[in-house]
Design a protein around this ligand. Sequence first.
Ligand code: AMP
Ligand code: ZN
Ligand code: FE
Ligand code: FE
Length: 286
Amino acid sequence: MAIGDFHLHSIASDGMQSPTWIMEKAAAKGVRTLALTDHDTTAGLAEARAAAARLGLRLIPGLELSTDHGKADVHLLAFGIDVQARPLQEFLSTMREGRIGRVGEIVRILAEEGAPIELARVFQIAGDATVGRPHVARALMERGHVTTVQEAFDRWLGNGKAADVPRPKQAPAEAIKTVHDNGGLVFIAHAIFIGDDYPEVVGQLAGWGADGIETYYKHYDDEQVRSHQQLADRYGLAASGGSDYHGLGNPDDREIGDIPFPDERVAAFVSYLERAGVDTGVRRDS
Ligand code: AMP
Ligand code: ZN
Ligand code: FE
Ligand code: FE
């Protein structure tokens, strides 16, 4: 078990648990420092901060942005952002609005595919959260079209499948600039999902200012960690680590903190953020 986990999702986006639950579970697992990184929103951070303070955890403000590079879906983690910054919140609202019409299109395709669900039910499941494909998967489960979230992705929603509708395109370079302009640093999430050419794309992202790469990701084995570390060294990137916990019950899920992230590398990650002067969850005004 790791003492740090810097990639976690809650009901503020497509996770199944509240920010408070995530903080309590993390503390129980021995995690001391962490980041809640919901998709395109900071809405869970106030609740998370209160729980983290009560539990003696150090919470770094974070989020995960979905961007596009050619055909590839590039996910970027932001750490240390200024949650109050207006330009950041405006950028995030635009990202979230782009997901709404997309869900309508997904539901339309699913009906054609013989798996009808109610659009209103998807929005009801999502509530105030950033709506995404996992909410659609849950509606498909409710209607008995599939028995697991994973099955919904395997049949219709996964990348390249019939109901995988793209979001409005967002350039990684612009997302990186927005995070930098609003107090944060950018780490490339689960780079291997970018596709076979991920090493080259990582180089491009580094050229556009990415600060780090998620080197210790849930199920990465030693070889994968080593190849990410080599990329980090080649492009001068720092290394982060996270479980990408959602609580959706997918077969490759890991528990919070169940990642191969050595203690000294957790410490190195946190000092990297500190040296950059971003918000690392230690109140500087007290
Ligand atoms: P979205 O933000 O709507 O594009 O959905 C992305 C989320 O869907 C990811 O954060 C995962 O939680 C989930 N997801 C994406 N691809 C898969 C897959 N192949 N199998 C299971 N879950 C997936
Ligand atoms: Zn997600
Ligand atoms: Fe992601
Ligand atoms: Fe994620």
